[in-house]
Design a protein around this ligand. Structure first.
Ligand code: ZN
Length: 441
């Protein structure tokens, strides 16, 4: 979802932030032989809850999980009484808003970012494929999905950024190949003229080109996620073979037969309710800034975007009750729901908005456990990331330890005590101090 008339303003703001300097090596390096055991802790393993148990980590991997696991001899012991251990979170609709976004995401427990248009900000657009996809130990891992749109379509409104385009079915193969050459693990298509968001329409892919691009991506073994907000367009995208929808349905409730059809086709949904509500002038930026658990982790680039709400003439076609109700209907029919922040947008913050999105998913009717699965095991399964998303032996030790019980009150994901990426505990204090210094005049 993108803002057009103000896009120049905030894109320039991002350019100004391009020189942002961040500290290196803020991850505490544990010895290769070290063993960590977190015991007496509530475990949400990505799917279910173990009320009290132990998790053992060795050489960056989870080696044991369970209620009857004993810490091995020589292990560093952490007592997790009153706390909950979760898999590191996955943000399934991420855009970096500056070069420090991956570090900011990890500090808030997001160990994997699924980027849905990596060149959104001009400063990030200058990064190489290697820089984009190979992240350091103190940054969230990222996977990228390049955007293909129509000439002049959504995604092309940002100064200095040229997304891949296709205007005829014949051009799809070339665009898909270029996306893959740029490191695209999946493909994002825009099939939306801005009907529910923009005051005036933008060009978009024709139905024919949409179908050809989906086919071209599938021929190369790539999943396709489609940005299509009006229900009519989302439906056509699903009929054309889209694997997933990048946003919720925004204007009209699907009927029961249509909902079944989405479930049968195994379409997945990334509702991004927080950003959709922001476009509908129900933003959350002030809430994040007032939250003592999140505010210290807001980066200068996110703060700039948070200070720029969507223009008042935007979002006239959005119906918040339809967004929530359609999300609930699809979930109940068996459609996988994935948590995504759509960071990089006005009014949205890298990292912090994902925590707010979990709250919005619960407000839409997901249970806290379903919302947590939407940010852990479900996206790992959908995007075929078999090494993460759950707490199970053999998987990467990407872990998030929080105070309290987010399986009852999902807002507890914000009360972070520790974040580990591949078994290394992040020094959140150093990052917080860096941001504090960056904010002081
Ligand atoms: Zn997006």
């Amino acid at each position: 979802m993108r803002c057009r008339s103000r896009s120049q303003v905030w894109a320039l703001a991002l350019l100004a932030l391009a020189g942002c300097v961040t500290p290196r090596g803020t991850a505490e390096t544990a010895g290769a032989e070290s063993i960590l055991a977190i015991r007496n802790v509530r475990i949400f393993d990505g799917e279910r809850i173990i009320p009290e148990g132990t998790v053992v980590v060795r050489e960056g991997k989870i080696v044991a999980v369970g209620a009857d696991v004993s810490p091995p001899e020589g292990a560093e012991i952490l007592d997790g009484r009153g706390q909950t251990l979760l898999p590191g979170l996955l943000d399934s609709h991420f855009h970096a808003d500056g070069p420090d976004s991956y570090r900011a995401a990890l500090a808030l427990g997001i160990t994997t970012a699924l980027d849905m248009f990596p060149q959104l900000s001009a400063s990030v657009a200058r990064m190489s494929v290697e820089q984009l996809s190979q992240r350091g130990p103190d940054e969230a891992d990222s996977f990228i999905g390049m955007l293909i749109t129509s000439p002049g379509g959504h995604g092309s409104e940002y100064p200095g950024i040229t997304p891949l385009t296709a205007s005829t079915p014949q051009e799809c193969e070339k665009a898909v190949e270029a996306a893959i050459a740029a490191g695209s693990r999946y493909i994002k298509l825009v099939y939306d003229a801005g009907e529910t968001v923009l005051p005036a329409p933008m060009p978009t892919l024709s139905r024919e080109v949409l179908a050809a691009c989906i086919q071209a991506a599938h021929a190369k073994g790539r999943q396709v996620v489609v940005h299509a907000l009006p229900w009519q367009r989302a439906r056509e995208a699903v009929d054309a073979g889209a694997d997933g929808l990048a946003h919720c349905i925004t204007d009209t409730l699907p009927d029961a037969a249509q909902v079944r059809r989405l479930a049968e086709r195994k379409t997945f949904l990334i509702p991004t309710l927080a950003v959709a509500l922001s476009v509908a002038h129900q933003g959350h930026a002030e809430l994040l800034k007032a939250d003592p658990l999140l505010a210290p982790y807001l980066t200068p680039s996110s703060l700039q975007l948070m200070a720029m709400p969507f223009p008042p003439e935007f979002g006239a076609g959005l119906r918040p009750e339809v967004m929530r109700q359609s999300t609930r209907m699809l979930l109940e029919a068996g459609v996988p729901v994935l948590a995504g922040s759509d960071s990089g947008n006005p009014g949205v913050a890298v990292g912090a908005t994902l925590h707010y999105e979990l709250q919005m998913l619960v407000a839409a009717g997901l249970t806290p456990v379903q919302a947590l699965a939407a940010a852990t095991s479900v996206p790992a399964r959908i995007f075929q990331l078999a090494d993460r998303g759950r707490i199970a032996p053999g998987l990467r030790a990407d872990l998030l330890l929080v105070r309290g019980d987010p399986t009852v009150d999902v807002r507890q994901t914000r009360d972070i005590l520790a974040v580990w990426k591949e078994g290394r505990r992040l020094d959140r204090g150093a990052w917080r101090a860096h941001l504090e210094a960056a904010r002081s005049p």
